[in-house]
Design a protein around this ligand. Structure first.
Ligand SMILES: Cc1cc2nc3c(=O)[nH]c(=O)nc-3n(C[C@H](O)[C@H](O)[C@H](O)COP(=O)(O)O)c2cc1C
Length: 216
């Protein structure tokens, strides 16, 4: 991708309020966006999350009612719900270590010092560490990766925190599986008459946001 094209796409994207309900993201591109979610980085690599892609229109209607009535929930081509794994603990670390061993073809024993580091970390939960807040930080990275990847492909998104997380958990049966909703993202294509598309992007001056120490 050309450098200019990247910035162009980042300027092109905005939080879409009105999607064109008749346009669907082609399957191949959607698969790429699912890959972007799966490939998102997380601290230690622990991936304390679940991404729920809601295609069922009746369920999406239910979700809209607990999303400040935001139309994006039902009108966008796709809807992803971002949930953390609640109370990440030693069992999650052990599962992840088994996965590394499997993928990289190494013994679990060879990973013991890394495992111990992660176990020590999760053991801090409740003792100065809010493990769910930590997982939330990881989840938002995935949301950023998802939106950026979509923009690069010319696919619109709208991130949404204007939702009732507990109601989402109930509707999607997440609470009983140990997950908790934090946000959602609609993805698809902007409607031609979405007024938000015409609004200028409001960002602070680069010089206020980015400072440099030394010369690169
Ligand atoms: C975490 C997060 C939650 C947001 N929640 C909502 C939302 O519920 N509804 C909405 O229309 N926009 C939502 N937005 C969009 C922001 O208002 C928008 O990104 C911001 O005003 C910057 O504008 P731009 O994304 O169009 O450049 C959210 C954005 C983020 C990052």
């Amino acid at each position: 991708m050309k450098t200019d094209a990247l910035v162009e796409q980042l300027k092109w994207r905005y939080a879409v309020k009105k999607f064109d309900p008749s346009r669907k993201i082609p399957a191949e591109q959607w698969q790429a966006l699912e890959s972007a979610l799966v490939l998102s980085p997380s601290s230690f690599g622990l991936q304390p999350w679940r991404f729920i892609v809601v295609s069922d229109s009746a369920v999406r209607k239910q979700l809209r009612a607990v999303s400040w009535n935001q139309a994006q929930v039902v009108e966008a081509s796709h809807l992803v719900v971002f949930a953390i794994k609640k109370d990440l603990n030693a069992a999650d670390v052990e599962r992840f270590v088994r996965r590394i061993a499997q993928v990289r073809g190494v013994s679990a024993e060879s990973l013991s010092s890394y495992e111990q580091m992660m176990l020590d970390f999760v053991a801090q939960a409740g003792k100065g560490l809010d493990i769910n807040a930590w997982s939330a930080q990881q989840l938002y990275i995935a949301m950023g990766v998802f939106m950026t990847a979509a923009a690069v492909l010319g696919i619109d998104t709208c991130p949404m925190e204007g939702i009732e997380p507990d109601s989402y958990d109930k509707i999607l049966g997440l609470g009983s599986q140990g997950f908790h909703t934090l946000a959602a993202a609609a993805a698809g294509y902007r409607a031609a008459d979405d007024k938000s598309a015409r609004l200028a992007k409001v960002r602070y001056e680069t010089s206020e946001v980015i400072t440099h120490v030394g010369r690169s």
